[in-house]
Design a protein around this ligand. Structure first.
Ligand code: 5GP
Length: 203
């Protein structure tokens, strides 16, 4: 007879999307509305943008600092994206999932692939899809944060990711932010209820 149905480790929730698909809004909402969800702050060699602060959006590092941390095995995954290095600090993710917290990671497609193989049974990968590439282009232009060249690069990157969609466990189309958020929340909830993630003990 089953005597306990404990859920031990937290889940690593990998959220991937082209910029402009609404990924940041969904991640922020998850963290602010779900008490057991935290966001993993990445390290990057890119410079802070606008009001970004060290330790808040990213840990901003020089290339030398990043390379040192990487050689010391401090990253769970790392990738070179749009001319800069990005990496997920390993120690904090491990600490959170060990104590049962779910950790949201905002990474590129390559990072998603690396996390899937590092945590085959403790991670779920979700791709947030814009309603269309045209809509994505409109959002990037109206955000007014990127040059025309950058926008073109980001759109190309989005098309590349679309070619790798089979890599992801789930795809969520963000044509309505609240609905997309609810979809992501449902995915996390269902993943946590999986039999394989439960500690079944009997007597
Ligand atoms: P941005 O510089 O615009 O904040 O992010 C650029 C890209 O880097 C985004 O696609 C974002 O998902 C990705 N990114 C941010 N942090 C990490 C990370 O730790 N690892 C990987 N692989 N990609 C990241």
């Amino acid at each position: 007879m089953v005597s306990s149905l404990g859920v031990s480790r937290g889940l690593v929730v990998v959220v991937c999307a082209p910029s402009g698909a609404g990924k940041t809004s969904i991640c922020k909402k998850l963290v602010s509305e779900c008490a057991d969800v935290v966001f993993s702050i990445s390290a990057t060699t890119r410079s802070p943008r606008g009001v970004e602060k060290h330790g808040q959006e990213y840990f901003f590092m020089s290339k030398e600092e990043f390379s040192r941390a990487s050689s010391a095995g401090e990253f769970l995954e790392q990738s070179f994206v749009f001319g800069n290095f990005y990496g997920t600090p390993k120690a904090s993710v491990e600490r959170y999932i060990e104590c049962g917290m779910d950790v949201v990671l905002d990474v590129d497609c390559d990072g998603a692939r690396q996390i899937s193989s590092a945590y085959p049974s403790d991670s779920v990968t979700i791709y947030i899809f814009p309603p269309s590439i045209e809509e994505l282009a409109n959002r990037l232009v109206s955000r007014n944060e990127n040059s025309a060249d950058e926008i073109e690069r980001r759109l190309k990157d989005a098309e590349l990711c679309v070619a790798n969609l089979s890599l992801f466990d789930y795809i969520v189309v963000n044509d309505n932010l609240q609905k997309a958020y609810e979809d992501v929340k449902s995915i996390i909830r269902a993943e946590k209820l999986k039999t394989s993630r439960r500690e079944l003990s009997s007597y």
